[in-house]
Design a protein around this ligand. Structure first.
Ligand SMILES: [Fe+2]
Length: 156
């Protein structure tokens, strides 16, 4: 048995690192979808949704960096190619969405998918005694659950 630089079993972390790379992939696909909503949204809610989507993708960008650096902290290597992200992401590309409602529905679906994926990551991390990773993704889950409530309130 060998441990990494923060005293966790390397072998036990292998599935955690793999799951974090898949999560990193999902975040990238969601990020680029939200940029599309920010750019393309049209209609009466433009002035509300355009900045709201900017706020969201700015947050996603910070989370992307935090997840990648967590992978490095655990002794892994973060993926950094779009071909890898497309292969591993649980969120798919969402092209050509222009109406506000469709954009918000895409956001809600993306957040729901991230939450599910992160709950699974938190379980894997806890099995490896990796509370640090579990705390990071659980924090994201809490914030995203609230976001879903707000976006659903917009949808009525
Ligand atoms: Fe912009």
């Amino acid at each position: 048995m060998s441990t990494n630089q923060i005293g966790l079993e390397k072998a036990e972390l292998t599935p955690v690192i793999k799951a974090l790379n898949a999560l990193l992939s999902s975040y990238h696909l969601f990020y680029i979808n939200v940029r599309g909503y920010h750019w393309n949204v049209k209609g009466e809610h433009f002035f509300t949704l355009h900045p709201k989507f900017e706020e969201l993708y700015t947050e996603l960008q910070l989370q992307i960096d935090e997840i990648a650096e967590r992978i490095l902290t655990l002794g892994g290597t973060p993926l950094h190619a779009y071909s890898d992200f497309a292969e591993r992401s649980s969120i798919k590309e969402n092209k050509g969405v222009f109406d506000g409602r469709g954009c918000v529905e895409g956001v809600v679906k993306g957040l729901q998918t991230l939450i599910e994926e992160q709950r699974a990551v938190a379980e894997l991390a806890e099995e490896a005694s990796d509370q640090g990773t579990s705390d990071i993704v659980t924090g994201y889950v809490q914030a995203q659950e609230k976001e879903i409530w707000m976006y659903n309130a917009f949808l009525g």
